[in-house]
Design a protein around this ligand. Sequence first.
Ligand code: ARG
Length: 382
Amino acid sequence: MGIGWLKDATGKEVIALAIDVGQGGEDMDDIRQRALDCGAVEAVVVDAKDEFAADFVMPALKANALYQKRYPLVSALSRPLIAKHLARVAMELGADTIAHGCTGKGNDQVRFEAAVAALAPSLTSIAPIRDLALTRDKAIIYAEEHGLPIKQSKKNPYSIDKNVWGRAVETGYLEDPWNAPGDDVWEYTEDPAQGLPGEDVTITFDHGVPVALDGVSVSPLEAIQRLNASAGRHGVGRIDIVEDRLVGIKSREVYEAPAAIALINAHEELENLVLERDLGRYKRTLEADWANLVYDGLWFSDLKRSLDAFMEHTQKHVSGDIRVRLESGRATVTGRQSPESLYDFDLATYDTGDTFDQSHAKGFIELWSLPSKISAKRNQGK
Ligand code: ARG
């Protein structure tokens, strides 16, 4: 509905772009037609669900990406994809400016503009709501005055962002961080306390990517969609945190990401089975860096791309099966097997067949503790 307003305010022709990242809701063709009816010279719609799952979510899964150890970067992952298409369409159709609907208080404005800057440095970015004071009520009045066919959704008390990787809910009474989220907040998940009997799902990974569920081949998108349904039924992936925004604000955020939590739990456990100890330990420190960079809108930066290369290399042996129990809001790994496994039963067992030579342990500990022993002796002497 900002299209006509944007045209008047800037004196430029407006091209509309809508991208389907699995947010559901309105039909993309209806959106396209309404944009044209509102005065766009061109309206482009893109079904980017598979691209989003394969090229944006899978790298996040390989990095077990959780910002502040909790938030699976739902919105943060969709922004670089949207920015990529914004830049592409702008270049193809000869536009000089991109516009987005973010306010000036959030992370998404940074992510859109930083990504566009990295991909198409000649483009200017504007945010009408932030830069031209286009509030919701103003846009509605403008649309009424000009007889524009806007579809006014009944006023939702929450600010919601959705895609296949999850759903983010803010504002309303949630702005008081003491208020517990009520039942009306949730859409992707059922009440974890409803007492549904648990359910097992076996996730097969190939090089860090889920390729089958219970033996049935799936694309990354299908894996996410199916796990959203099954894990969501068991209330998996409800998240309620106070989050540190890039712009300095602490905000209360509620998320639901059933597939994301089930997949990250499973993927992490497969890595425990197949990654050598030092690599696992080092990877965990870089995972946090990866999540911070993506949260902060630096998807297309050289540092983030370099970390991607590292993450990709670590996935060489991340193939195998993980059994996950979905029950009462949790996705718990109960079994793992892999041809790449580093788990050696004969080394681990306490029963007969033990091949671990315990006599080596004594000398190992002697040398391992030597630095501590020497310094402790010195300290005692003082
Ligand atoms: N705080 C989250 C982030 O920065 C989600 C923002 C989503 N936007 C919204 N209107 N709820 O990634």
